[in-house]
Design a protein around this ligand. Structure first.
Ligand code: AVJ
Ligand code: FE
Length: 441
């Protein structure tokens, strides 16, 4: 019945809200002392205590005020936690809530939300709460900030505070090189119209024709990127765009972020631990320019956003698009490396069960993948419920990232999910995959 469906959805939402908050606490008040929570670990990032109260303030604005129609608890702090009013580098100087005040505020907001949730009907005629949309938006928002907080942790100096776990067992016969597969020319359905988790920028579903192309079975590995480096790739302007070469010369970078060379090998710092760079893991912490240069050196290019989504979702047998590469079912641990279960990508070949119908692996999880596409609205795009989530970024100097990383929660990624960042950014958990045009028949 409808009543049973609404009750199931209320339970799911309450559970996911709780999981998100536990995760936020694990990255803040349970991990670090007050000085580290209020301090600035990098000018690229907010103090962690800002993210903590920002997710509570967002929840107040969307679930307490907009969805439940209640009066504001703390209208006075909206301005402090408005991302557009305060650039990240400036947030440390604001009169922010202390960690204790933030936890207390967030708990008061959450109590109001859970109380209102009991009466929620998810009326399909309500654009905000129909199907659970605005609750899903708030759940995803907290997990997106948790991933951002992990990037802050990675930039932080000092002893490790996050528990590490070893690799999962890589299935026997896994091929880390993986080769490439051909995706035949033809139309596919890009984006989604009815998904109650989809953000405005994923909508509406529309048909896109994609020419035939080849795409890598796996993301590019550390070993492959070291081959680019060993061949002088960072010093050869032939492989770089003008903007890329400017970045390369201005910054002097010649390796992914957090790498250093020592004793004839490459080492990396990962959440405060220094370890040899593992050859079979997808490379991460590379910016768009590095990805593009590597691809050109390899005689390849980055996939477009439409190519990436077709490789991930299109089922040639039925002509339909799936929610995930493996089907429409929710991500399970054997499908993909998601949810901060590991603090790292898994080796190439670790998730054969997550392959798309075309045989492309590790599209979801491990590392976000740079595409060659700028961030724009699909035909018929309508900003909802606010322009500042997506629309204000359209047409800027951003590149679309796809697929989520090991740090992305399963609720905050799917085959249609679109992320974006500036082409110089590399503190995020981002790698890339190679593609090329198919020869004309
Ligand atoms: C979609 C990851 C680019 O973190 O800037 C968080 C998500 N929007 N709060 C970001 C977001 C509002 C956004 N990205
Ligand atoms: Fe936010």
């Amino acid at each position: 019945t409808d009543a049973a469906g609404a009750e199931r959805l209320r339970r799911r939402i309450a559970d996911e809200l709780d999981h998100g908050r536990r995760r936020s606490h694990g990255l803040t008040v349970e991990a670090l002392d007050e000085a580290e929570l209020v301090g600035q670990h990098s000018p690229l990032m907010s103090p962690l205590v800002w993210d903590l109260a920002h997710v509570g303030n967002y929840e107040e604005q969307w679930l307490v005020r907009a969805a439940a129609g209640q009066d504001a608890l703390r209208p006075d702090i909206d301005i402090l936690y408005d991302a557009f009013e305060n650039p990240r580098a400036d947030r440390v100087a604001l009169p922010l809530l202390s960690p204790e005040e933030a936890q207390d505020y967030n708990a008061r907001v959450r109590a109001r939300v859970l109380d209102a949730l009991d009466r929620e009907t998810f009326d399909p005629g309500n654009p905000l709460s129909g199907g659970g949309f605005v609750y899903h938006m708030v759940i995803q928002h907290e997990h997106q900030h948790d991933e951002t907080m992990l990037a802050t942790h990675q930039l932080r100096r000092g002893d490790p505070v996050l528990a590490d776990r070893p690799y999962p067992a890589v299935p026997a016969g896994a091929d880390a090189g993986g080769g490439e597969v051909l995706i035949e020319a033809g139309p596919f359905t890009m984006g989604s119209t009815g998904d109650p988790w989809a953000y405005d920028n994923e909508r509406p579903a529309h048909t896109v024709h994609v020419d035939a192309f080849h795409i890598g079975v796996h993301p590019v590995t550390n070993a492959a990127h070291q081959a680019f480096m060993a061949d002088g790739g960072y010093d050869d302007p032939r492989w770089w765009s003008d903007a890329g070469w400017q970045w390369r010369t201005r910054t002097g970078k010649r390796a992914p972020a957090f790498w250093r060379r020592e004793g004839g090998g490459w080492w990396r710092r990962r959440f405060g631990r220094v370890e040899p760079v593992p050859p079979d893991e997808p490379v991460q912490h590379v910016c768009f320019h590095e990805a593009e240069a590597h691809a050109r050196w390899a005689g390849r290019r980055l996939p477009t956003e439409a190519e990436w989504e077709k490789a991930a979702r299109h089922d040639p047998a039925t002509g339909t698009s799936r929610r995930f590469p493996w089907g429409d079912g929710e991500p399970a641990p054997h499908h993909a490396n998601l949810g901060q279960h590991l603090l790292r990508p898994a080796p190439a070949g670790a998730y054969p069960a997550g392959a798309s119908p075309s045989g492309v692996q590790q599209l979801i999880g491990d590392v976000w993948e740079w595409t060659s596409s700028g961030f724009t609205g699909y035909p018929g795009f309508q900003a909802f419920p606010y322009r500042e989530y997506s629309e204000v970024f359209f047409g800027g100097d951003y590149r679309v990232l796809r697929g989520g990383s090991w740090a992305t929660h399963p609720t905050a990624v799917r085959g249609t999910f679109r992320n974006w960042d500036l082409p110089i950014r590399r503190q995020i958990f981002t790698g890339f995959r190679l593609a090329r045009d198919a020869e004309a028949a």
